[in-house]
Ligand binder design. Structure first.
Ligand code: ADP
Ligand code: ASP
Ligand code: MG
Length: 461
């Protein structure tokens, strides 16, 4: 069972988590818990790391440590008063480590990828210690484990490390023997390389940690506890009558998460899918609800379209040049150059005239992409590169769309009738999604128009 940041945000939240875990433990289940940092803490760690790297004057390290201490101390006192005397020194010793590394970064004014990962892993280091203490407080034997102790071995790609296959046996041998006696609380988001260097798995990576651990121990089910009732037809923050999807196939869940449904990390599906383990998504704030179940099945219900997602903070890049027409190797030159600068391409579209290729990249990769494409331009493969940051990508997802004619017609007619201009369109050959790009200001309307067009708020008959 994995609990996200909002599910462990304060004493009341952790109280709910303890209730949930006590219930499932007392009904005869062996449990492994994976936790995120307390809500907001990871963002604060990122911010302080960036600040100390560039600080001219003495940076506010002491103030930062004091505020981290105050927040965690309050939560610990609230959920585990009986454990306070033993656990607070543990938290202090972790905060001492954090202070030391922040001070070193400041002294050197150098924030390496390694040190950043170490710093941003502290949110989970602190939250897991508290959740574990809260379990002991109610008489459940528990111990915290960092990602490395839990056996999560990764490659060295700091900031978005991949878990290595060797982890499977490691995790199994370290966790399974504990389960009859303990409820281990694993720090999500982090792992380590074979040399013991701390890595992180990318933002929202605790879902990925949970899936990796669940798959390795061959859990009966992997449960993701969050702040909404399940995987929904769209982000409830934009669509207030979005509906919970009771059943979602692995493939749909992958597409949904890849195209912006933040409720599951894109890489959290595959480990479960390989082992055929169902992933349940449930609301910590309303635990009796059925939630969603992601399973190995294609639910061909009457709806071909299941959900509408959108991704912000992306940029559209247009690459043009008459010399691209009929010339082999242009696409290779473009994609090799982008790969050389570690640019991840989220969407691609090429017209049959071949004089234009459009790409969508994360805003954070835009600068590197433009440098890479400038090299390609200098080599004469392409003529012009323009970009637009003021865009969002929207995706229409559903396994039933494959082979159902008329879906794109409905999508584009509905958007046309609403006066929404499309800047780029892309459909993968799996036909599980059709995605397109619109101006940022049109994003919410586009999602709303399509949610209505496909009747996604209506209950199933
Ligand atoms: P956690 O901290 O529990 O990991 P996240 O904030 O990462 O939670 O993910 C849950 C959020 O995902 C929800 O609050 C919701 O706003 C957002 N979300 C976006 N798309 C969807 C969707 N299709 N279904 C459910 N939630 C979604
Ligand atoms: N705490 C990390 C983040 O905020 C990982 C997670 O919550 O899943 O991205
Ligand atoms: Mg999340």
């Amino acid at each position: 069972m994995k609990f996200g940041g909002t599910s462990v945000a304060d004493e009341d939240c952790i109280g709910r988590v303890v209730k949930i875990l006590s219930h499932y433990r007392s009904t005869g289940n062996e449990l492994v818990v994976v936790v995120s940092a307390i809500s907001g803490v990871t963002d604060q760690l990122h911010a302080i790391a960036a600040e100390v790297e560039t600080a001219r004057d003495e940076p506010p390290i002491e103030t930062f440590i004091a505020s981290m201490r105050a927040r965690h101390e309050k939560v610990l006192r609230g959920v585990a008063p009986g454990e306070f005397e033993t656990v607070m020194p543990e938290i202090d010793s972790r905060l001492d480590n954090l202070r030391t590394i922040l001070t070193s970064v400041y002294n050197l004014r150098e924030l390496t990828a390694r040190s950043r990962d170490y710093i941003i892993s502290f949110g989970e280091r602190l939250s897991a210690v508290i959740v574990s203490a809260a379990l002991r407080e109610v008489g459940i034997a528990s111990r915290p484990m960092n990602g490395c102790e839990a056996g999560i071995l990764t490659n060295g790609q700091h900031g978005c490390a991949h878990v290595l296959p060797e982890s499977e046996n490691k995790i199994k041998s370290r966790i399974v023997p504990l389960l009859t006696e303990y409820v281990p609380v694993v720090m999500g988001y982090m792992g380590c390389t074979g040399d013991g260097i701390v890595t992180t798995l990318g933002r929202s990576g605790s879902d990925y940690s949970a899936a990796i651990v669940g798959a390795a121990i061959e859990a009966d089910e992997i449960w993701i506890w969050t702040d909404v009732d399940g995987v929904m037809t769209s982000d409830p923050r934009i669509i207030d009558d979005a509906r919970v999807l009771p059943d979602v196939s692995y493939l749909e869940a992958m597409e949904l998460s890849y195209f912006g449904a933040k409720v599951l990390h894109p890489r959290s599906i595959e480990p479960a899918m390989v082992k055929g383990i169902p992933i349940r998504v449930k609301n910590t704030f309303s635990p009796a609800g059925p939630g969603s179940c992601v399973v190995d099945a294609e639910y061909h219900d009457r709806r071909v379209v299941k959900a509408i997602t959108y991704i912000e903070k992306v940029s559209l890049i247009n690459i043009t040049g008459a010399q691209m027409i009929g010339r082999p190797g242009v696409a290779r030159a473009i994609f090799t150059a982008l790969a050389g600068y570690d640019v991840n391409i989220m969407m691609i579209s090429q017209g049959s005239s071949e004089a234009n290729i459009s790409l969508i990249v994360d805003d954070e990769h835009l600068k590197a992409a433009l440098v890479a494409l400038n090299d390609v331009m200098e080599n004469g493969y392409i003529q012009d590169v323009t970009h637009d940051r003021d865009v969002v990508a929207v995706a229409v997802v559903g396994v039933g769309m494959a082979g159902t004619p008329g879906i794109s017609g409905r999508i584009f007619t509905a958007l046309g009738n609403a006066g929404i201009n499309l800047m780029m369109i892309s459909q993968g050959s799996s036909e599980v999604n059709i995605s397109f790009v619109v101006k940022q200001s049109d994003g919410p309307d586009a999602v709303r128009v399509l949610h209505d067009e496909f009747g996604l708020s209506e209950e199933d008959e």
